[in-house]
Ligand binder design. Structure first.
Ligand code: HEC
Length: 119
């Protein structure tokens, strides 16, 4: 019996070791996929050269160039309710973990939007 247990533990550890890279891969954001998932973000979060975000976006944080891990964390916090902003909560609720990772990877690879011109 002891031997069977030992064998099971060894097999489990081996299986986990094999699975870990696969899990890491699944959570790695794909910026190309992310690009196809941000159509609903663009109206509020301007990205470089995206001009229609003007002029009602002054209090929307810029997320282009932000660290991917920060973006994912923020989106998870909206989804869980730790962050309270109503429209971001509604949006984050529609995103899967993979969506968040992809979107974050996309935004992390874009340059921060240029500061809006002062008037
Ligand atoms: C209706 C306008 C609107 C839309 C659409 C929108 N956002 Fe936001 N977003 C905001 C506002 C306003 C805030 C700041 C909220 C706050 O103060 O917590 C925000 C905050 C964020 C933050 C946190 C930024 C920080 O620096 O803490 C992230 C990340 C974010 N949005 C990502 C997204 C993504 C990804 C999408 C598309 C899936 C999206 N948003 C769509 C308005 C919007």
């Amino acid at each position: 019996m002891k031997r069977i247990k030992q064998t099971l533990v060894v097999a489990l550890v081996a299986a986990l070791g094999w699975l870990a890279p696969a899990v890491a891969l699944a959570n790695a954001g794909d910026p190309v996929a992310g690009k196809g998932k941000i159509s609903m973000c663009m109206g509020c979060h301007s990205i470089p050269n995206y001009k229609t975000a003007f002029p009602a976006t002054y209090n929307v944080p810029k997320i282009g160039g932000q660290h991917a891990a920060y973006i994912v964390k923020a989106l998870q916090a909206y989804k869980s309710g730790d962050r309270k902003h109503p429209s971001m909560r509604a949006i984050a609720a529609t995103l899967s973990d993979q969506d968040m990772a992809d979107i974050a990877a996309y935004y992390a690879n874009t340059a921060p939007a240029a500061p809006a011109a002062k008037k």
